[in-house]
Design a binder for this molecule. Structure first.
Ligand SMILES: [Zn+2]
Length: 243
C-alpha cells in the first residue's frame, strides 16, 4: 500500500462524521480469489467482510440509489476479469453491481472480452456504464477528442449490451465543467466522480460522489459508511477538478 493510501486510512478512521446512514456509492476495481489481475483488486475475503458490514449496519445494497439514506451502490471501474471469475459470489450474495467499462480495453489481457461482457450484462444484478473509450484524462482533451471518447464508448457498449448507457465514470476521476456539459449533451444522465460524500448531495447537476474503498480495512470501511471520508472532499476536488 502506498504512503498516500496509509495516510488516507488513518484520516478516515479518525474522522467522526454526522452524516451517518447517508446513501453512498462505493468504488472498487476488481475482486480476486485465485487470480489477481490488478494491484487495485480487493481480496474476496475482504470484499465479503465489507458486504457483511454494509448489511449489519442496516444498509440495503441497490443497483441505483434513489433515497437520501440507507442505500449503498457497488461500482467497479476498468472492467477487469475478476468480477467474471467470481460471479458465483456476486450471485450468491445477491449483489447488484455497476461495471464501468473502458471500451478500447475490451478483450485486452486481464480485462473482460466481448462475450464475457455480454454474458455479465444479461445478469439482472449487473448494470453497465462507460469509463470512456481509452481512459485518457478527460480534462486534458480538446472538445473533439472529448466528444469522441464519450460518444464512441457509448455507441460500442450500447451495441454490445442492447440497452441505453446512461452512466459515465471519469478516468482517474479527472473532470472539469466542460466535461460535465459535453457528457450531458451526448446523453449521459449520471456522471460518477471520485469525490467522496453522500450520493444525492450533487457536486453539479447529475455529478455523483463515490468513496474509494478497495483497500479499506474493517475499521476504515465502517468509518467510510458513516461519512469518515467526507473530510477528504476538498483535497479530492483540488486534485480532480478544474474549472
Ligand atoms: Zn479507471
Amino acid at each position: 500500500m502506498s504512503l498516500g493510501a496509509i495516510f488516507r486510512q488513518i484520516i478516515i478512521a479518525a474522522n467522526q462524521s454526522s452524516s451517518y446512514m447517508k446513501s453512498r456509492s462505493l468504488v472498487y476495481h476488481d475482486i480476486h480469489s485465485d487470480n489477481c489481475y490488478t494491484n487495485m483488486s480487493t481480496s474476496l475475503d475482504m470484499f465479503i467482510k465489507h458486504i457483511n458490514i454494509i448489511r449489519e449496519m442496516g444498509f440495503k445494497i441497490v443497483s441505483e440509489i434513489t433515497k437520501d439514506e440507507g442505500q449503498i451502490q457497488l461500482t467497479f471501474d476498468d472492467g477487469f476479469l475478476g468480477i467474471y471469475d467470481n460471479i458465483s459470489v456476486i450471485n450468491e450474495l445477491d449483489l447488484p453491481v455497476k461495471l464501468f467499462i473502458i471500451t478500447s480495453f475490451i478483450g485486452k489481457p486481464f480485462h473482460l472480452d466481448k462475450n464475457q461482457l455480454v454474458e455479465l450484462s444479461n445478469n439482472p444484478l449487473i448494470t453497465i456504464g462507460s469509463h470512456s473509450h481509452s481512459h485518457r484524462r478527460l480534462n486534458t482533451l480538446d472538445k473533439g477528442e472529448l466528444r469522441y471518447e464519450l460518444t464512441y464508448s457509448k455507441k460500442i457498449l450500447e451495441g454490445l449490451v442492447g440497452v441505453p448507457i446512461n452512466d459515465l465514470c471519469y478516468p482517474e476521476g479527472k473532470f472539469d465543467k466542460r466535461v460535465v456539459k459535453i457528457a450531458r449533451d451526448v446523453g449521459y444522465i449520471n456522471q460518477y466522480s471520485l469525490i467522496p460524500g453522500a450520493f444525492l448531495t450533487e457536486l453539479f447537476k447529475n455529478v455523483r460522489r463515490r468513496s474509494l474503498v478497495q483497500y479499506a480495512n474493517k475499521k476504515s470501511f465502517k468509518s467510510i459508511l458513516k461519512g469518515g471520508d467526507d473530510i477528504l472532499e476538498r483535497w479530492y476536488i483540488k486534485k480532480h477538478f478544474k474549472l
